[in-house]
Design a protein around this ligand. Structure first.
Ligand code: KG4
Ligand code: ZN
Length: 357
C-alpha cells in the first residue's frame, strides 16, 4: 500500500502526518492552538474552527514537503470526521476530501476514537505488539472510557464517564486553583509539592460493579473546600495540598475502574493475554501512570502507554486508522459527513459487528 496523508481537526490541535503503507512515519506536524484559547480558559469552538481553516493549508503543504511526496503519490487521504467540535470537523474533513478529489486519490473517513484505539498497533510502538483483543483506557479532556478493542471496527464499550472526563476534571480543578488552561500539567506540577492526605476527597464509583466513572462530585468537593477558605485565604501550600489530594483521588478511581475493566475483559476473552493500552492527555500524568502500572501488574496484564505525542491528539493516529481500514477493506463503510457524536459502538454496528451485552 502507498503512503497515506492523515488530517486531525476535531478539537484544538491542527495536525497532519504522512505514513508509509507499512505504518512508518514519514512526517508528522502538530500546530497547537493553545495560545488562542488560553485567554478564555478553555477551547472556544468558533475560534478552533477558524484556526483550523487558517492553519491547515500550510501545515499540509509542509508535511508533504517533509515527506518528500506529491499528492499524486498518495494511496489515500484520511481525515477525522467525528466525534468532536463540528466546525473543526467540517474544515478538516472537507479539506481532506478536497485534496483527495483534486489528486484523484481515495478518501477515508476516520473516527477519532477509533484512531486513539488503534494507535498501539503502529509497528514497533508496543513491545510484543498489540494483537486483538486488547483493552483501551482512553483518558483525555473530552473522553473517558474503557473499550474492549476486538478488531478494526469491532469495539465493545465496557464503561465510560457519567459526567466529566478525567482531563476535564483536572482542567476544572486547576481553574479553581488559579492555574490557567490547560490545567492538567500545571496541576501535576503543583501536586508534586503538596501532601496528598491532608484533604481526603471522595473517590466516586470506587468498588462499584461495572466500569463507569464519575468525576463531577469530586470536582464539587474540591470547589467546596476551596470556598471554605474564604476569599484570598488560600495559601500556596494549601493549593498544593488540594492539588495533591485531588490527584490522589483521580488516581485511585482510575486504577480501580481499570481493574474492573481488566476483570471484565478476562471474562469476555478467557485465556487471552491481557494488554491494557492507555491513551489521552491524562496518560502523561506520572502518578496516574504509576498506579496503572501497579494495577496491571496485579491483574497479570501488560501495560502500554504510547509516547505523549501519540497519546494526545495527533494525525499519525488518523493516518494509521486509515491504513488499518484500507487493509481491512472497511474504508468505504462510512459516509464522509462530519458528525459531532459518533460513539464507537455505532461504528461497530455500522461495520456489521454486534457486541451484545
Ligand atoms: O488527549 P488530549 O490532548 O486532548 C483531548 O482532550 O482530546 O488531552 C488533554 C487533556 C486536558 O484535559 C489536560 O489537562 C489533560 O489531558 N492532561 C493532563 C496532563 N497532561 C494533560 N492531566 C493530568 N496530568 C497531566 N500531566
Ligand atoms: Zn483525542
Amino acid at each position: 500500500m502507498g503512503p497515506v496523508l492523515g488530517i486531525e481537526s476535531s478539537c484544538d490541535e491542527t495536525a497532519a502526518a504522512v505514513l508509509n503503507g507499512d505504518g512508518s512515519v514519514l512526517a508528522a506536524l502538530v500546530a497547537s492552538q493553545e495560545a488562542r484559547h488560553a485567554p478564555f480558559g478553555g477551547v472556544v469552538p468558533e475560534i478552533a474552527a477558524r484556526a483550523h481553516l487558517a492553519l491547515l493549508p500550510d501545515l499540509v503543504r509542509r508535511v508533504m514537503r517533509e515527506a518528500g511526496l506529491t499528492f499524486g503519490a498518495l494511496e489515500a487521504v484520511a481525515a477525522t470526521v467525528g466525534p468532536g467540535l463540528i466546525g473543526g470537523l467540517i474544515v478538516g474533513s472537507q479539506f481532506g476530501q478536497g485534496v483527495a478529489l483534486a489528486a484523484g486519490r481515495r478518501f477515508v473517513a476516520v473516527n477519532h476514537l477509533e484512531a486513539h484505539a488503534l494507535t498501539a498497533r503502529l509497528p514497533g510502538l508496543v513491545i510484543e505488539g498489540a494483537a486483538f483483543p486488547y483493552l483501551l483506557l482512553l483518558i483525555s479532556g473530552g473522553h473517558c472510557q474503557c473499550v474492549s478493542v476486538e478488531g478494526v471496527g469491532r469495539y465493545r464499550r465496557l464503561g465510560g464517564t457519567l459526567d466529566d472526563a478525567a482531563g476535564e476534571a483536572f482542567d476544572k480543578v486547576a481553574k479553581l486553583l488559579g492555574l490557567g488552561w490547560p490545567g492538567g500539567p500545571a496541576l501535576e506540577r503543583l501536586a508534586a509539592t503538596g501532601t496528598p492526605d491532608r484533604f481526603r476527597f471522595p473517590r466516586p464509583m470506587l468498588g462499584r460493579d461495572g466500569c463507569d466513572f464519575s468525576f463531577s462530585g469530586l470536582k464539587t468537593a474540591v470547589a467546596q473546600t476551596v470556598a471554605g477558605f474564604g476569599p484570598g485565604a488560600l495559601a500556596a501550600s494549601d493549593a498544593a495540598d488540594l492539588a495533591a489530594g485531588f490527584q490522589a483521588a483521580v488516581r485511585d478511581v482510575l486504577a480501580d475502574r481499570a481493574t474492573a475493566a481488566m476483570r471484565r475483559f478476562v471474562a469476555l476473552h478467557p485465556g487471552r493475554p491481557g494488554l491494557l493500552v492507555v491513551a489521552g492527555g491524562v496518560a502523561a500524568n506520572r502518578t496516574i501512570r504509576e498506579a496503572l502500572e501497579e494495577a496491571t501488574r496485579e491483574e497479570g496484564f501488560r501495560l502500554a502507554v504510547p509516547p505523549v505525542a501519540l497519546c494526545t491528539d495527533n494525525a499519525v493516529m488518523v493516518a494509521w486508522a486509515g491504513i488499518e481500514r484500507l487493509r481491512a477493506s472497511l474504508a468505504d463503510a462510512e459516509l464522509p459527513t462530519a458528525r459531532p457524536r459518533w460513539p464507537l459502538e455505532c461504528l461497530a454496528r455500522q461495520d456489521g459487528f454486534f457486541p451484545g451485552p
